[in-house]
Design a protein around this ligand. Structure first.
Ligand code: XIL
Length: 371
């Protein structure tokens, strides 16, 4: 290893057991409160969907859920996850925001708990995420003017984190959200400024591959169904990385969408993304309702539209060649656990209600798979 400041060199391999609070969320949804009665199962009698089979039993592809370590302590939620899905993605506790502390100390308490839960329940673990423009810990920023040590710390981080979960994480989002919203190019970030726009990504894939040669390494981004120009840029980036020799193994499309999404946009997006022949991951799906009630004349209509968006995604994933169906991951199962709901309590973006009961959208998702 090349020389780096002493305290930093040790810091990046030091572990701490501190626990932290939930990090800040981005892209806040602003909306007024709406009562979405039709999205909730009947208060009396059989909860809607009690008789529905679990997602993992009906989908011809792995279905995933976001998870946080604290949720493992909620027996109802832990049971729901284990029953419904076959894969989990840490919602934020495998990000630099959680792992990297002051002075570069690393903490793995929460991600270790998630990895153990996944192993105990036979769930595939998807690591998320190594390099993200939005997360630049102070320990890295402090090295901003020292190219050698910066590169070493970057390499050490990737090698240490991927190496720790080698054989346990089946896949990783190596680079997250690298493409600019207008599709005109790549985002500027601490990583790109210090290590080069393409080179920091190529290097990240190379290092992750060396640390776990079996893990499938994804490039992940959002709004790819809303913005065809961004999608085209994302595909060009994937091709550039492949040409540069990066061991890129799959493409992730977050699919944080809302009820304003035009019908057909998810299917069109997925079919475009499939053109490179790589496995595809619908990696963080939720369908926000809170800002869109004015588009619908009744809550039943609104619920039907939410179901149609989920159904389109299920059908589009099922329609891919088997080798390209990596997984469809939901960014949570119960509405109350959603990051969207933390931002706007009126939102109802997921497939299960606050009590873990199936919503109409779950029935629509599953019905789409039997047609
Ligand atoms: C979000 C989590 O849901 C929040 O809990 C956290 O505070 C911020 O990140 N794109 C991503 C995810 O790739 O990591 C984000 O998750 C949502 C947007």
């Amino acid at each position: 290893m090349a020389i780096m400041p002493k305290e930093f060199a040790t810091g990046f391999f030091r572990m701490s057991g501190r626990r932290g609070a939930e990090g800040p969320s981005r892209r806040a949804f602003v909306g007024s409160a709406v009562a979405l009665a039709a999205c909730q199962p009947a208060a009396r009698g059989q909860p809607a969907g009690r008789s529905l089979p679990p997602l993992r039993a009906v989908a011809p592809f792995p279905v995933g859920s976001a998870i946080q370590a604290e949720q493992i302590d909620d027996p109802d939620l832990a049971a729901l996850i284990a029953a419904q899905v076959s894969q989990v993605t840490p919602e934020w506790q495998m990000k630099m925001e959680y792992i990297v502390g002051e002075g570069g100390a690393l903490r793995f308490d929460a991600p270790d708990r998630i990895a153990s839960f996944a192993a105990a329940k036979g769930l595939r673990l998807h690591g998320h995420t190594l390099i993200w423009y939005a997360q630049t810990p102070a320990a890295f920023e402090a090295l901003d003017s020292q190219p050698g040590p910066f590169r070493d710390a970057y390499a050490n981080y990737i090698t240490t984190v991927v190496g720790r979960y080698r054989g346990r994480a089946a896949s990783w989002d190596v680079v997250n959200e690298a493409v600019a919203e207008d599709g005109a190019g790549l985002r500027d970030s601490l990583w790109s400024r210090r290590l080069g726009a393409i080179e920091h990504m190529r290097l990240a894939y190379e290092l992750a591959h060396a640390a776990d040669p079996v893990a499938i390494l994804f490039l992940n981004d959002y709004n790819l169904e809303y913005l065809p120009a961004k999608r085209a840029c994302f595909l060009r980036l994937a091709e550039t990385l492949l040409k540069a020799g990066a061991p890129l193994g799959g493409l992730g499309t977050q699919t944080h969408v809302g009820l304003d999404l035009p019908a057909g946009a998810i299917a069109a997006g997925l079919s475009d993304l499939a053109s490179l022949g790589l496995p595809l991951h619908i990696s963080e799906m939720d369908v926000s309702t809170a800002r869109f009630h004015r588009l619908f004349s009744s809550s039943a209509e609104l619920a039907a539209r939410q179901g149609a968006v989920y159904a389109e995604a299920a059908k589009a994933m099922a329609g891919l060649p088997a080798a390209q169906r990596y997984a469809l991951t939901l960014w949570g199962l119960r509405d109350r656990d959603s990051w969207r709901v933390r931002e706007n309590r009126a939102d109802t973006p997921l497939l299960f209600d606050d009590l873990g009961r199936a919503k109409p959208a779950l029935a629509d998702f599953e019905a789409a798979l039997s047609r």
